[in-house]
Each structure stands twice: as structure tokens, then as C-alpha cells.
Ligand binder design. Structure first.
Ligand code: ZN
Length: 172
């Protein structure tokens, strides 16, 4: 197993969409193992999408573990949301958005997700609250989107200005 580098905004590779997984091959299993290894060895990391990692041609895979003991690994392959209910407006951050950027984002409160698990078995999960938010955040990644894309123009510009300053300070 190996850690995989987490791409950082504004890296344009974060705009790639996840490629559909056609079958759970040894290559896919290896990718999932590496994604979990990266998740468990990164501080404060609850979830990762393949498109935010340094894969040349990322698949539609996300790994999630929101349990405090990091003992409940969940892998969703080719996931799609098939039902949405209610609304939540909670703080989000992202392993790919540096500088301790946290903002409130509007999300659906309850979702039903259809996916394959890491063995290729079809699954459906109903989730709400934090877990529902987490899955929506990851599925955005797999669609080439970041949570900051969902903010107002003003908030977004403020973040971009701050991150540009941070990058310049680092480079000098
Ligand atoms: Zn993220």
C-alpha cells in the first residue's frame, strides 16, 4: 500500500471528473487500499475522492470514515444520489483547499445513495446530517467541483485573494 498525494486548489486537475469503474479489478482494489491508507494517515481527514488525489486518470471512487476511532471504512464506487430531502447549512472544509478555509455550505439534509461497494456489490444507503453532507462533498469532487464553488461570488473572491497571498508568501 502507498500514500497518494492530495492535490491542492487551484490545481486544475481537481476539475477532472471521476471515470466510471467497469469492474473491480486488482488495480481498482489497489487504488481503494491506497485511498484508505491516505485517509487514515492524514490528520483530520474524514473522506477523500479519487479526483482530489494524484492519480493520472482518476476513477469514480470515494472513501469515507467519519467515526472518531476511524473504525468504520466506507467505500462508494460509481455513487449517485437518487433521493434528496430537506436542507442543511453547515461548515465545510476540504483537504484540497489550504489555509484552514471553512465556510457554511447549503446541502440536502437527507439523501439516498446508490453505489457499488469495494467488492463490486450494489448497495443503497440512506444518510442524513453530517454523513449526507460528507457524501455530497465527495460526489462534488468526483464531478470536478469544490465546496468553494458553491459559495457566493463575494465569499469566493475573498478566499481566492487570501489563498493567493498565502501562496506568494510561501514562494518568497
Ligand atoms: Zn474535499
Amino acid at each position: 500500500m502507498a500514500m497518494v498525494k492530495i492535490l491542492q486548489y487551484p490545481n486544475l486537475r481537481l476539475r477532472k471528473k471521476g471515470k466510471k469503474v467497469e469492474a473491480i479489478t486488482p488495480e481498482i482494489t489497489q487504488i481503494i487500499d491506497d485511498m484508505f491508507e491516505t485517509l487514515y494517515n492524514t490528520d483530520n481527514c474524514a473522506a477523500l475522492a479519487a479526483t482530489q488525489l494524484d492519480f493520472a486518470d482518476p476513477y469514480h471512487i470515494t472513501v469515507i470514515d467519519i467515526s472518531p476511532e476511524k473504525s468504520n471504512p466506507i467505500c462508494l464506487v460509481n455513487a449517485e444520489i437518487i433521493e434528496r430531502k430537506g436542507e442543511q447549512y453547515e461548515q465545510e472544509g476540504c483537504m484540497s483547499v489550504p489555509g484552514g478555509t471553512y465556510e457554511k455550505v447549503k446541502r440536502d439534509n437527507k439523501i439516498k445513495v446508490r453505489a457499488l461497494d469495494q467488492k463490486g456489490e450494489p448497495i443503497e444507503r440512506e444518510e442524513e446530517g453530517y454523513m449526507a453532507k460528507c457524501i455530497q462533498h465527495e460526489l462534488d469532487h468526483l464531478d470536478g467541483k469544490l465546496f468553494i464553488d458553491r459559495l457566493s461570488g463575494l465569499k469566493r473572491r475573498r478566499i481566492d485573494t487570501r489563498l493567493t497571498k498565502l501562496r506568494k508568501a510561501k514562494a518568497s
